[in-house]
Design a protein around this ligand. Structure first.
Ligand SMILES: [Zn+2]
Length: 345
């Protein structure tokens, strides 16, 4: 699927970067920080493509910030994935660490001269995937920047980066776009996927904290189907019409990460419903009838205690934990929570 060269909610950040380049004031290291699914890596890559297009090589001569020409040597090499002045450092697979060797490669790469462009660009994403040895190695590179180099670090977990790394980069914060902007963008990109209603789009955005690219990915994976299945399971368990151990298999098929994340969203939504905040989410009028039916039977104290358990489970997501047991435990406690509340009423 084609994604806009500059995403609508990135316009201010884009302008900022281009102006810095025009004035010769681009920092040697940038840190793009914000929630996952906002397109930060997309921006980093496209800014690299833009800088390496021969049209933009001379900052003082840059007239506009339009897309790279697509025809010059720089553009063709970028398209082929073989531009010698561009290096991208990613984990081998999602969720894996970036090892020290990859960062050593960055320093030796930066010690070479650029070949076509006036600068070398290195993108590291996600930066929090660097293990501590890799991070310490990068620190040395940041402390002694080589002229004519640009490092772009991308992170969705700023707190996991060394403070010393953070302080040596110019940080650019990315916030989710307004719901209306995200909805418009999502609608335009979902028009080829049948059966996604406007209400579904709002749900996708609520689920992803208004991160449009994450919402798009969810839609492509038909995630709302799993979402509805888990929500129905939640209700059956609350009504004692299902067995937590059996139900845990369904949750496991969706995955621990999603299960915990969605459950967290639903529990906080019920707390807000109980606090008399009306609609679960005012901005989109997001409503979940299941939650509206379940919330009155629960008390806030139990819901808050359950949130604590969910927070604990969220920490286990990328560990070696037994997923089935973790989910069984969560569902057994969810069922108990309901029984306890009913008893105390
Ligand atoms: Zn070009």
């Amino acid at each position: 699927m084609n994604i806009d060269f500059i995403l609508p909610w990135h316009q201010p950040a884009w302008q900022h970067l281009v102006q810095r380049w025009q004035k010769g004031q681009l920092a040697h290291a940038l840190l793009l920080s914000g929630a996952a699914g906002l397109g930060k890596l997309h921006l980093a890559r496209n800014f690299a493509r833009w800088l390496l297009c021969s049209q933009n090589h001379n900052p003082a001569a840059v007239r506009d910030d339009s897309e790279p020409c697509g025809r010059c040597q720089g553009c063709l090499l970028m398209k082929a994935g073989s531009h010698p002045d561009f290096l991208e450092v990613l984990p081998e697979t999602d969720g894996k660490q970036i090892p020290i060797d990859s960062i050593r490669d960055v320093s030796s790469y930066l010690s070479l001269k650029s070949q076509f462009a006036p600068l070398q660009v290195v993108v590291i994403a996600p930066a929090e995937a660097m293990n501590k040895y890799a991070a310490n190695s990068l620190l040395k590179t940041l402390e002694e920047p080589t002229p004519g180099t640009l490092l772009i670090l991308v992170t969705s977990q700023l707190s996991r980066l060394l403070p010393t790394i953070r302080s040596r980069c110019q940080t650019m914060e990315f916030a989710p776009p307004e719901r209306s902007v995200a909805l418009r963008w999502l609608a335009a990109h979902l028009k080829n996927i049948a059966g996604v209603s406007e209400a579904d789009m709002a749900r996708l955005l609520v689920l992803t904290g208004d991160a449009p690219l994450a919402a798009l990915e969810y839609a492509q994976q038909n995630a709302l189907k799993s979402y509805d299945q888990l929500l129905a399971s939640l209700e059956k368990l609350a009504r004692n019409q299902a067995d937590p151990v059996t139900e845990a298999k369904l949750w496991e098929s969706v995955g621990l990460s999603e299960s915990v994340k969605w459950m967290y969203l639903w529990i906080t939504a019920m707390i807000r419903l109980k606090s008399g905040m009306g609609e679960v989410d005012n901005q989109s009028e997001w409503r979940e009838p299941v939650l509206e039916r379940l919330a009155p039977g629960l008390d806030n104290r139990s819901l808050f205690q359950y949130l604590d358990q969910l927070t604990g489970s969220a920490r286990l997501v990328n560990s070696q934990v037994n997923i089935q047991l973790t989910l069984e435990d969560l569902l057994i406690n969810w069922q108990k929570l309901h029984r306890r509340t009913i008893k105390s009423d």
